[in-house]
Structure formats: C-alpha cells, structure tokens
Design a protein around this ligand. Sequence first.
Ligand code: HPA
Length: 276
Amino acid sequence: MWTDRTPSDRAEYAESIAQEAAEALLKRIDAPRIDAAFVMGSGWKEAADGVGEPYLRFPVTEIPGFLAPTAAGHAGEIRAIRRGERCAVIFAGRTHLYEGHGPLAAVHGVRTAIAAGANTIVLTNACGSLTADLPVGAPALISDHINFTAQTPLIGARFVDLTDVYSPRLRAALRAFDATIGEGVYGGWFGPAFETPAEIRMMKTLGVDLVGMSTVLEAIAAREGGAEVLGLSLVTNRAAGLAGTKLSGEEVLEVANAAIPRLRPLLTEVARLVLA
Ligand code: HPA
C-alpha cells in the first residue's frame, strides 16, 4: 500500500493516511490530543512501563497505515498513557526500512503522532558502539546523526533545518538527571545485514559513535513536523570487527533485556520532562 504510487501521490497519500490514522488513534484512546509519542526499539519496549502504566493497549494494525512488524523483539502494539492532563502514546515496535515498505512507511508512526498533536517525539533504539566510551549495556543520548541509508521521508522541495535535530534542551536535562550518561553521533544504516568491519572503520573516520538500523528517518520526519526530538540508544554490542566476536540479533536482545532496570528510571524521567 505504500510503494505502488508516483512520488507526489506517495507524499499526498502519506499525509492523508497520517491524518486518518491520527483521528482513529484519538478516537481509540479517547483523548482530544496527545502531547508526546515514544517509539520503542529493541529492548526499550520491556522498559516502557517506566513511562507510565498504560490505560489501554492494542495492536498497531488497528490504526490505518500501520504494518504488523516482522523483526524479533518488536511487539507491534500501541499503549496509551495519561499523566495528569497530559497524554502520550507508546509505539512498542516500529517499521524498519529493511522491511521493504519504503521510508514513508518507516515514519508513519511519527507523522501520525504529530498529526494527533504530539510536540515531542522520543525515539529509542538498540545499537552497536564504535567507541569504548559508550560501553555495552549502557544507554546513550544521540547528539546528532549521519544518514547512511540514502533515503529520506521527504518528497519534493521540503528544506528542513537539521542543525539541532536532537533537542539540546532535553539532552541537557537528562545529563543533569544522570551525569554518567554518554552521548554520541548515530549512524543510520539500511540493514538488515550488520555492517562489515570495513564499513565500521569508514564510519569511525567520519565521526560515528553509535550505529543502528532506525531512528534517522523518523527524526527527519519529526523535525519536518516541528516536533522536539529526543534520541536514546542502548548499546547492545561493539560494532562489527571491534570485539572479535560475531554479531547476532539474539545477542542484541539478550543485552537489551539485561539493561531493563537501567532504562526504566531513565524513561520515567523522560516522561516527567516531556509530559510536565
Ligand atoms: N549495527 C547495526 N544495528 C544494530 C547493531 C549494530 O552493531 N546493534 C544493534 N543494532
């Protein structure tokens, strides 16, 4: 449903289906608007109760345009949270570029959330680390990104400023909450194959600290929509060729599970900040 159209038809389709999805979402969660959305990547989903106890949860496929996820560790569920007068949704699972539905499908959740009123988008992921300063098992703030996917969710002359994609304000607030939290530049890789050691050396030369297969397109779409973006990574492994061991999706999930107790309080603080 996402790729069989001309470019301008695709852009129009993306806009109208995000609008339709936002209306369906607000009706489903019985809220006039949402204030924030959390996109939970590998590992983070299990820590999502740190954001708050959901008053409602349902499959993403109940909302127009959302696809049933295929990646392990992605539940494909929407959870609704209330905090005082504020409301947020958690997307537990996301559509990745490597699933083959194109960049517009990968950002549909973000566009839906913004169409439903969200002015903050929290993007979380699991990633590999290119530096010993960002150790395995630890969360890190994304300070900036390099988009290696050669894809964009923007079609046409939409010139979006990406100077401060990842909110300096929210990053500073989280550093004040946890002085030990690291920070780095995230390289967005198409996947689903992990990088080769040579690709990791290239990225290292270019200034990448963290590498993963999501987030960059969602961040671009969120900035286009005027939302403030917070990017949180969980380091699940040293990047290819740096640890002398092979990479596996299972290892990513194992480390992610072990990190849950560390991620939960971080998410509680994020919720306090963005749903104040
Ligand atoms: N590379 C890309 N994506 C990832 C990695 C990695 O090393 N770890 C978890 N997701």
